[in-house]
Design a protein around this ligand. Structure first.
Ligand SMILES: *Cc1c(COP(=O)(O)O)cnc(C)c1O
Length: 424
């Protein structure tokens, strides 16, 4: 469920018409619903708690939407943060996420990032390899600390979805094998700078089938039992993120309640364990839209009709990068029979095509359209390619809205660079 609906014939976010925001802030612009963000988080937590998982740690994957106001909106209802860089640690802290709800993931953490995480007091560093274990141990000892760590395991299951976002096969760069995890966990238990508290996995993104998740979670449970059987203490099992969001016209992901029930079934009778989760997309995707204005309707004599938008692949990369499907809705639908359009941006690359042969209500130049389900991996992946200004972000709450990342000026853009002395 989300809070983007037609009100008096016009698409609104909660109590604010999208056209009103577009008028005031300009286009393209991302618009997020506080109510949808908080609702998705709460529905997930209630499903997990309702299935009997006590006090789960739900760390929102910051990479999906790293806007600080979005993080703060989620922190207000109890979300932690799953971070993958120093920048994301700074964002989570700036948003007021308690350090004891911050999980530091990622395949290549630098010494500086590890030190920052330890100084901030994050609750868990997920280790992806033996060299990383040694590095964290060394950094922690240098700082006179003991790092709370989990070993990220690659459970070697195929999670479906797009190859670029599948992470749980042995050939992927993430995590260590089950056997390696056992060896590293035992080794870590004897190191002065680390304290292993658990194991973690994350097998992919936009997963719409519970079967691969269940297969991975069964292996994780067996691993916990083997480690405990060896006399090692395991307090936390981090099951990652990856649950899909309902993109229109695409395979429907399982309901949070089905996901939670499956976990409760797989983990039944496993005592004294805290579960952690790292959802990104399922929380944020349907909580955001990208609003864009139609610059031209370009009807080719040979038949194709192109909608040329003021948004481009640099603002919303998913269609170009993952062949992703976004529902596109006119903000003020016109009456009439649907027309088939190719929807493109103004960048000089064929890849700057959002979709081809899409049937939409008739559209005229100057109309606004909204890319739905754009709250995750949207603004977070945007760039200034073609020296287009970074797209602004707006947060709505009820009948109010605030610009939470303004559109920079061209002076701001140029001020980040400086001349080389020999060019003066
Ligand atoms: C990307 C990522 C997530 C979030 O994935 P979603 O599909 O957005 O839920 C969680 N954990 C890790 C380690 C990740 O890399």
């Amino acid at each position: 469920m989300n809070h983007f609906e037609l009100q008096e014939g016009e698409l609104a976010c909660e109590g604010v018409q999208l056209a009103k925001i577009a008028e005031a802030v300009g286009t393209p612009v991302y618009v997020y619903s506080s109510a949808t963000l908080q609702r998705h988080f709460t529905v997930l937590r209630e499903a997990l708690v309702g299935a009997g998982l006590k006090d789960p740690l739900i760390a929102f994957a910051v990479k999906a939407n790293s806007n600080v106001a979005v993080l703060r909106t989620l922190a207000q209802v109890g979300a932690g943060a799953d971070v993958v860089s120093a920048g994301e640690i700074h964002r989570a802290l700036a948003a007021g996420v308690p350090p004891d709800r911050i999980v530091f993931s990622g395949v290549g953490k630098t010494q500086e990032e590890i030190a920052l995480a330890l100084e901030a007091g994050v609750c868990e560093i997920n280790l992806e390899s033996e060299p990383e274990l040694k590095l964290v141990d060394a950094v922690a000892q240098r700082l006179g600390k003991r790092a709370t760590v989990a070993i990220r395991v690659n459970p070697d299951v195929e999670a479906g979805g797009h190859a670029k976002i599948s992470t749980g096969k042995a050939e992927n760069k993430f995590g260590v094998s089950m056997a390696e995890a056992e060896r590293l966990y035992a080794k870590a238990s004897n190191m002065a700078g680390v304290r292993p508290v658990g194991v973690a996995c994350h097998i992919g993104s936009q997963i719409t089938d519970l079967a691969p998740l269940e297969a991975a979670f069964r292996k994780m449970r067996a691993l916990v039992e083997r480690l405990r059987g060896e006399g090692l203490s395991v307090d936390r099992l981090d099951l990652g993120g990856g649950l899909g969001a309902p993109y229109f016209n695409q395979p429907t992901p399982p309901e949070p309640r089905e996901y939670a029930k499956m976990i409760a079934r797989v983990m039944a009778g496993l005592p004294d364990i805290q579960f952690a989760f790292e959802p990104g997309r399922m929380i944020a995707a349907n909580a955001g839209v990208l609003v864009s204005r139609v610059l031209h309707v370009n009807a080719r004599p040979e038949g194709r009709k192109f909608l040329v938008l003021d948004a481009a692949m640099n603002d919303l990369l998913r269609p170009a990068m993952y062949d992703a499907y976004h529902d596109i809705r006119p903000v003020k639908p016109r009456p009439g029979e649907p027309v088939t359009y190719d929807v493109v941006g103004p960048i000089c690359e064929t890849g700057d095509t959002f979709t081809r042969d899409r049937a939409l209500a008739p559209i005229a130049a100057g109309d606004l359209v909204a890319f739905m389900t754009a709250g995750a991996y949207g603004a977070a992946m945007s760039s200034e390619y073609n020296s287009r200004l970074l797209v602004p972000e707006v947060l709505v709450k009820g009948d109010r809205y605030a610009v939470v990342r303004p559109r920079p000026s061209y002076d701001d853009m140029l001020a980040r660079e400086q001349n080389a002395p020999w060019l003066a």
